[in-house]
Design a protein around this ligand. Structure first.
Ligand code: ZN
Length: 55
């Protein structure tokens, strides 16, 4: 089951999806660092990761 995270900062439309939650977390952290010039708390990453079922 894939994992996804959608960034909710401002009008950001960033969405990442992967079969690996570790990869999602890594990509989210890189995104927040590069795009928003800040860090994201690992707790917020965990909280924001959703499991999605694909049809
Ligand atoms: Zn973002």
């Amino acid at each position: 089951m894939p994992y996804q995270f959608s960034c909710s900062r401002g009008n950001c439309q960033f969405l990442v999806r992967s079969s690996s939650d570790e990869e999602v977390e890594r990509l989210v952290r890189a995104h927040v660092r590069m795009t928003h010039n800040t860090r994201i708390d690992p707790v917020d990453v965990d909280r924001g990761i959703e499991r999605v079922e694909l049809a």
